[in-house]
Design a binder for this molecule. Structure first.
Ligand SMILES: [Zn+2]
Ligand SMILES: [Zn+2]
Length: 244
């Protein structure tokens, strides 16, 4: 049976700590950022995309300089700043001038009154989403689709998923949204239930051992359970160095 790259990537990631989709998504983001900095920085189309997005989202912007600042970052920032500056240089004050309809509406709901400088605001606003987010979401979609399509059957991903730390809440929701039938649903939800039950028990065990009567007991597999639960509910920790 022909397997895709995503299949092997998922199987390998399931042998490592944390949600496998989160891990592969983070790897894809890192590769994409490196690629941006070292290869696509002079690509006119890529530069336009970044300009339209007014740079990157907060998370990906700071991830750009994780490996230290580079000429690529300088070139990209210069390009976007030049563009944003140009928008300001031709700008003139525009008073809040509501149309008749808006005036009628704002009488009912003052919070909906037209703002001052509406034209400039519209131009300064990102005209496209963060290009790194777009890439991450595409990767995520392919991985989730592979996961639900290739979970069952001979040499499917189910045993690897069962032995893993499972999907995070976000990726379980995405997998449920793409689940094609009741068999896949039962397998997926069954495994997640096992894994989350174990994690919840580990949290209870941590609380129990905080009691002075049990404090002398050695920590077992519950060690780190609160960090694992944080990652399940909120996504993995993004460690950003102070490079600059
Ligand atoms: Zn995840
Ligand atoms: Zn982003």
């Amino acid at each position: 049976m022909g397997r895709t790259m995503s299949f092997y990537d998922l199987r390998d990631a399931m042998a490592l700590p944390g949600c496998p989709v989160c891990r592969l998504k983070a790897n894809a983001v890192r590769r994409h950022l490196d690629n941006l900095l070292w290869e696509s920085v002079n690509d006119a189309g890529v530069r336009r995309e970044i300009r339209n997005a007014r740079g990157f989202c907060q998370q990906h912007a700071w991830q750009l300089i994780e490996g230290g600042s580079s000429l690529g970052v300088v070139i990209i920032m210069h390009d976007v700043m030049q563009h944003v500056l140009q928008l300001l240089e031709t700008a003139e004050f525009q008073p809040p001038a509501p149309t008749l309809r808006q005036r009628a509406r704002s009488a009912l709901d003052p919070s909906r009154a037209a703002p001052a400088n509406a034209g400039l605001l519209a131009k300064l606003r990102p005209q496209a989403p963060c290009p790194v987010c777009v890439h991450a979401e595409t990767t995520e979609r392919v991985l989730i689709s592979t996961l639900v399509q290739e979970l069952l059957g001979e040499d499917g991903l189910l045993p690897a998923l069962r032995a893993s730390e499972g999907l995070c809440l976000l990726h379980l929701r995405q997998a449920l949204a793409q689940t094609p039938n009741a068999e896949v649903f039962d397998a997926l939800v069954g495994v997640q239930r096992e894994i989350w039950r174990r994690l919840t028990d580990q949290l209870a065990e941590l609380i129990r051992k905080e009691d002075y009567r049990f404090r002398h007991e050695a920590r077992g597999e519950e060690k780190g359970a609160s960090l694992r639960a944080l990652a399940v509910l909120s996504g993995p920790r993004i460690i950003t160095s102070d490079a600059g």
